[in-house]
Design a protein around this ligand. Structure first.
Ligand code: AMP
Length: 133
């Protein structure tokens, strides 16, 4: 399947590439939350986490750690957000697995707002029973 990220990988769309190896590559996000916001992308266009083999996923997370260190060292950010929008309903725009690594600063006034719910009596335990793994 062709996606905007496979086109970037093939060089058909320009990008600022930060890393490439046999399983993954990393580029700067074109519309950063903060400058330096990067994407770690699987070379194979797995649409979501479910389709991604475990070794590739482990590698993706190792790269996330390297990217986090780099962002802290070079940009002196105070923290990072690591985000995978996993499926259309979660806000995923590009159906090709990628992890956002976003540099964050104490006073950057950026918010990720997901409104929260509350459980009724006994409901939380019921969810817990169903979701054990
Ligand atoms: P998501 O909503 O998780 O699928 O995120 C897709 C991300 O890809 C967005 O943050 C976009 O800004 C980014 N994006 C889309 N096109 C490009 C591009 N040509 N180069 C770099 N980043 C891109």
């Amino acid at each position: 399947m062709e996606t905007i990220f496979t086109k970037i990988l093939e060089g058909d769309i320009p990008s600022v590439k930060l890393h490439e190896d046999e399983l993954c590559f990393a580029i700067l996000d074109i519309n950063p939350v903060n400058k330096g916001h990067l994407l770690i992308i699987t070379k194979q266009p797995y649409p979501t986490l479910e389709a991604c083999p475990q070794p590739t996923l482990c590698h993706l997370m190792q790269l996330a750690k390297t990217a986090d260190t780099k962002l802290r060292q070079v940009l002196h950010c105070d923290a990072t957000n690591l985000i995978i929008n996993n499926g259309k309903a979660s806000g995923q725009e590009v159906p090709h697995l990628h992890l956002h690594v976003i540099p964050r600063y104490e006073q950057d006034n950026k918010t990720i707002h997901l409104s929260k719910e509350t459980y009724t009596d006994g409901e939380m335990a019921e969810y817990g029973k169903q979701l054990e793994f």
